[in-house]
Design a protein around this ligand. Structure first.
Ligand code: NAD
Ligand code: UDX
Length: 464
């Protein structure tokens, strides 16, 4: 069997960077080149100051420190990366389409197609091409068609190897995955390719956790996993609305049902709504795929997961308004957190963006503090929505680096991300700095309600 000595990963993002860093760490005999067209991102990955890596993930800097410029390299030379590689991972972004057919639902595969065309153009010897990006079922067919169109005698074996890491725990998830999934053809060359990729993971993952399937099952498993996870959050968030009407407590319900081993305790935390670059995009894509096969009931079923999530974000913003004597116009609302979850600087689809947008509609002033997100990112997130002018956004939204400055003179505090540090703030001091009546809207149910009530705060939780 051919030996894999050189890997190229196209796409140095949240998946490509951490995944390849761990593969390099665990396979010191393999040279791993991560290539990207974004020069600034590559420069950041190469920055001597590990605090300036483009992605914040606990443990990532340590892995990069051990591997970078030994057997892990970051470069903008995509062609060279492809030429040298025995195995090429495609880990580029596959966002929701913003134009044309499938706008707002289908995955935009233009970056994937560009990669395939570039591989076809540059490769002069046989390659294994691995889909690492999350892709619609049957994308491998399109890739195969592009790759085999050159007629230059180069053979490409296509594998699907979706990534299940979650941001904020990426390194831990990669080091101890529940499973690794590898889909490929059942032909002798397909089997050989699957075994070669399995071998790379088996450097640290127990063999029984490396699953091999056909390509289509692998592609569709990834969308299914994300849809099931997102559905759990929408399900518990639906119950949170009912709890608020009935004096039931959503966290008590989550605990009670989570102890049923058939349901399980994870992913039952009610919140202001899920965010992140994956759940919404992948569920919408599933809706689109189902519709395109004429499976309207299936499409509608999954679409409800998104509708409920939109409702939850809106409900949270409406609750702030309702409990602020029905107006937030000219009032200062302090946001604790902007990232879509703790331990990441990623803000893609963060609930905070949509809550802020709704409050801006009502002419609120917003002051944001997030331990990892930059002001430029926050302004860019709001400007991207195109609902308020850049001037209005900069006038109404202030971003500060000090959590106590954020709440000084605030009419209300809204917790949007579950950063641990928020729990341990000096809430007695905060009480003195905010306007009275002092209100907190905890969109993550992390703060200690009894303690805060004793200080004098009025606190509104999700599902209580
Ligand atoms: P990302 O946007 O962080 O990174 C993608 C990178 O690909 C960018 O740096 C971009 O410049 C680069 N790129 C795009 N086209 C290119 C080309 N033709 N040549 C070279 N570089 C190119 O995206 P991400 O979050 O890493 O996600 C990548 C894929 O992995 C997506 O399909 C996503 O759905 C999937 N995924 C993401 C996560 C996650 O937690 N972020 C988890 C599992 C799976
Ligand atoms: C998700 C999947 O978990 C991961 O397997 C996949 O590879 C990529 O998509 P990610 O989006 O990084 O990972 O984070 P995740 O932990 O799943 O959280 C997504 C969103 O759901 C966050 O906004 C989080 O705050 C929210 N969430 C999560 C809840 O509201 N309640 C929960 O119980 C869990």
């Amino acid at each position: 069997m051919k030996e894999i000595k050189n890997i190229c990963c196209i796409g140095a993002g949240y998946v490509g960077g951490p995944t390849m860093a761990v593969i390099a760490l665990k396979n010191p005999h393999i040279k791993v080149n991560i290539v990207d067209i974004n020069k600034e991102r590559i420069d950041d990955w190469n920055d001597e100051d590990l605090d300036l890596l483009p992605i914040y993930e606990p443990g990532l800097a340590e892995v990069v420190a051990q591997t970078r410029n030994k057997n892990l390299f970051f470069s903008t030379d995509v062609k060279k990366g492809i030429q040298e590689a025995d195995m090429i991972f495609i880990s580029v972004n596959t966002p929701t389409k913003t134009y044309g057919k499938g706008k707002g639902q289908a995955a935009d595969l233009k970056y994937i197609e560009l990669c395939a065309r570039q591989i076809a153009e540059v490769a002069t010897d046989d390659k294994i091409v691995v889909e690492k990006s999350t892709l619609p079922v049957r994308t491998a067919e399109a890739l195969k068609s592009i790759l085999s169109s050159t007629g230059n005698g180069v053979n490409f074996e296509i594998l699907s190897n979706p990534e299940f890491l979650a941001e904020g725990t990426a390194i831990d998830d990669l080091m101890n995955p529940d499973r690794v999934l590898i889909g490929g053809d059942d032909t002798p060359t397909g089997q050989e390719a699957k075994d070669l990729l399995s071998g790379i993971y088996e450097a640290w993952v127990p063999k029984k956790q490396v699953l091999q399937t056909n390509v289509w099952s692998s592609e569709l498993s990834k969308l299914t996993a994300n849809a099931f996870l997102a559905q759990r959050i929408s399900s518990i968030n639906a119950m949170s609305a009912l709890c608020e009407k009935t004096e039931a407590d959503v966290d008590e319900i989550a605990r009670a049902i989570g102890m049923d081993s058939r349901i399980g305790a994870k992913f039952l935390k009610s919140s202001v709504g899920f965010g992140g670059s994956c759940f919404q995009k992948d569920v919408l894509n599933l809706v689109y795929i189902a519709k395109s096969y004429g499976l309207d009931e299936v499409a509608e079923y999954w679409d409800q997961v998104i509708k409920l999530n939109d409702y939850q974000k809106r409900r949270f913003a409406d609750n702030i308004i309702k409990n602020s004597y029905n107006t937030v116009s000219g009032k200062n609302i302090a946001f604790y957190g902007w990232a879509f979850k703790k331990e990441t600087n990623d803000t893609r689809e963060s609930a905070a963006i949509y809550v802020a947008d709704h409050l801006l509609d009502e002419q609120a002033n917003i002051v944001v503090y997030d331990p990892k997100v930059t002001a430029e990112r926050i302004y860019a997130d709001l400007e991207y929505l195109n609902t308020h002018s850049p001037e209005e956004i900069r006038e109404r939204v202030k971003v500060v680096n000090d959590p106590y400055e954020a709440i000084t003179g605030a009419h209300a505090i809204a917790v949007l991300t579950e950063w641990d540090e928020f729990i341990n703030y000096d809430w007695e001091h905060i009480y003195k700095l905010v306007l009275k009546p002092a209100s907190i809207f905890d969109g993550r149910n992390i703060l200690e309600v009894g303690h805060l009530k004793k200080i004098g705060f009025s606190i509104k939780n999700i599902g209580k």
